[in-house]
Design a protein around this ligand. Structure first.
Ligand code: PGA
Length: 255
C-alpha cells in the first residue's frame, strides 16, 4: 500500500447549518486560512448556500459540494435537487448516503447506489458514506455491515466511475457524539473497505481510492487519525463550522 498515491481530501459537512449571510462570513474567514493547504479542501453546504459559496470560492482552493442529489434527471420529485442542477450551479462534489439521510429520510443501500451513479455520470465526485451503528459494532457485525453497504453502493460501477468516488467511513456512533473511533479502529475499517474495493475491482483501483474517516474528528485527534495508512482525509461535521478548527484539520491533513 502506498498512501502517497492517493489524494487526501478534507471535506466539511455543514449539515443544516448556516444561512447565506452566515455562510459568507465563514467562507471569508476560511479562504485565507486554508489557502496554503496541501490537500484538497471541500465544503459541502446547504443548497441555499451554494450560489454564495461558489461565487466566493471562485479562483481559490476550496471546492464546493452539496449534501445530496436525486437519481432521476428531472421530474415530479418535490423537494429534491438533481445532479445536473448541482453541476450548473458550480458544485463539484456531493455527499451521498450520509447516515443522517439513511436514518431520517429513508435512504437505502439501493438509493445510495442510484444517487451515486447519477452524480458520477454528471461529472460530480460522489462522497459515499458508509458506517456501522453502535449495536452493530457491539455485536461484532461491523465488517458484515460495511460489506453490504460498500458492495451495494458501488454496484454496476466501472473502474472509471470509481475515479470519481470517495468513500467516507463514518461509524454512526461517532457522529456528533464526541466519541471518536480510535485511530486503529478507523485505520482497520478503512483498510477493510479498501480490501472490499480490491475484490470488486483490482489492487490499483483500491490503492488509488480516497477513503476518509468521519465522526467527531477535531483538532485534538486529527493528527493521529490522519497519520494512519488507510485514512486519506476526513469528512468533518461540527469542526467544519468554525474557521479556526477547520483550519487546524486542513493543516493536519496537509502534513
Ligand atoms: P461530526 O460529523 O464531525 O460532527 O461528528 C461528521 C459527519 O456527520 O459527517
Amino acid at each position: 500500500m502506498n498512501k502517497s498515491k492517493r489524494r487526501t481530501v478534507l471535506a466539511g459537512n455543514w449539515k443544516m447549518n448556516k444561512t447565506s449571510s452566515e455562510a459568507k462570513a465563514l467562507i471569508e474567514e476560511l479562504m485565507p486560512a486554508v489557502e496554503r493547504a496541501d490537500c484538497e479542501v471541500v465544503i459541502c453546504v446547504p443548497f441555499t448556500d451554494i450560489a454564495i459559496a461558489v461565487a466566493l470560492c471562485e479562483g481559490g482552493n476550496i471546492a464546493v459540494g452539496a449534501q445530496n442529489c436525486h437519481f432521476e434527471e428531472s421530474g415530479a420529485y418535490t423537494g429534491e435537487i438533481s445532479a445536473s442542477m448541482l453541476v450548473e450551479a458550480g458544485v463539484t462534489h456531493v455527499i451521498i448516503g450520509h447516515s443522517e439521510r439513511r436514518q431520517y429520510f429513508g435512504e437505502t443501500d439501493s438509493t445510495v447506489n442510484l444517487r451515486a451513479k447519477k452524480a458520477i455520470s454528471k461529472g460530480l465526485i460522489a462522497i459515499v458514506c458508509v458506517g456501522e451503528l453502535l449495536e452493530e459494532r457491539e455485536n461484532g457485525t461491523t465488517e458484515e455491515v460495511l460489506t453490504r453497504q460498500v458492495n451495494a453502493a458501488l454496484a454496476d460501477m466501472t473502474s472509471d466511475d470509481i475515479k470519481n468516488v470517495i468513500i467516507a467511513y463514518e461509524p454512526v456512533w461517532a457522529i456528533g457524539t464526541g466519541k471518536t473511533a480510535s485511530s486503529d479502529q478507523a485505520d482497520e475499517a478503512c483498510g477493510f473497505i479498501r480490501g472490499l474495493v480490491e475484490k470488486l475491482f483490482d489492487k490499483d483501483v483500491a490503492e488509488a481510492l480516497t477513503i476518509q474517516y468521519g465522526g467527531s474528528m477535531n483538532p485534538s485527534n486529527a493528527d493521529e487519525l490522519l497519520s494512519k495508512e488507510n485514512v486519506d482525509g476526513g469528512l468533518i461535521g461540527g469542526a467544519s463550522l468554525k474557521a479556526a478548527d477547520f483550519k487546524s484539520l486542513v493543516d493536519a491533513a496537509s502534513k
